[in-house]
Design a protein around this ligand. Structure first.
Ligand SMILES: [Fe+2]
Length: 233
């Protein structure tokens, strides 16, 4: 009996150990869900991107289209808390009719600060006239929220398909599509406008060497793009 118990215990221990090894080998997985609470999957050690797939409400789409069609520049960069957000955006974009957009941004700021228990965030809301970071790269931050309200959204690569030796200087100046960073264009994943993505960076403890590789796609002729990013302040 004792032998059976010992054997069962050893087997269970071995199984747990194997599972642990298998789990720790897994890195850089992608999680996507239509449920915003699943953004908390970013806390999984095997995950480097969590996406809330959503359809933007029509009022938000309309306000963004009007904002981008206007002549006023939209390049907001500020540090704020959920409590100060509305006033801060009102000062940064005076006269803009963007109540629904501000509501949406306020919701994301609230989610982001709750998720990580931070008091303040660094917010950037930018109407892009050219791609902000057109080359594939990793961010040297813990975790960033990225959402594109209009236009082509962020492109990214699964951890498993990336040859990280070809990032940055390793590309030897060659474009992404010939540097050997990835095998084929079919490896490139892309978010949709409206998606909310948490991109885990290189400074997330334990994620060194597995930061999400991503880029801002080149703007097409006539494209107007509005990008929001939130960072730890
Ligand atoms: Fe980036």
């Amino acid at each position: 009996m004792a032998g059976t118990l010992m054997s069962a215990t050893v087997t269970a221990a071995a199984t747990a150990s194997d599972e642990y090894k298998a789990t720790t080998k897994l890195r850089g997985l992608a999680r996507a869900s239509v449920n915003p609470t699943d953004l908390s999957d970013i806390y999984r050690s095997d995950t480097n991107i969590a996406v809330w797939q959503r359809q933007l409400p029509c009022p938000v789409q309309q306000e963004v289209a009007a904002l981008l069609a206007g002549s006023a520049p939209c390049e907001v960069s500020l540090t704020t808390s959920p409590e100060r957000l509305r006033a801060a955006l009102g000062i940064a974009l005076p006269g803009a009719q963007i109540d629904a957009l501000v509501d949406d941004i306020a919701e994301l700021v609230e989610m982001y600060t709750c998720l990580f228990e931070w008091d303040c965030v660094g917010l950037r809301l930018t109407a892009l006239t050219r791609a902000m970071c057109p080359r594939f790269h990793v961010d040297h931050v813990p975790c960033r929220i990225v959402t594109t309200y209009q236009g082509q959204a962020t492109q990214w690569l699964k951890h498993q398909v990336v040859n990280r030796e070809r990032l940055g200087r390793g590309s030897e100046g060659k474009p992404d599509d010939v540097s050997g960073l990835y095998a084929a264009a079919s490896a490139i994943e892309q978010l949709a406008a409206g998606d909310v993505a948490l991109l885990k960076g290189e400074r997330w403890l334990g994620n060194e060497g597995a930061g999400l590789v991503h880029r801002s796609p080149a703007l097409e002729d006539g494209e107007r793009r509005l990008l929001l990013t939130l960072d730890m302040a």
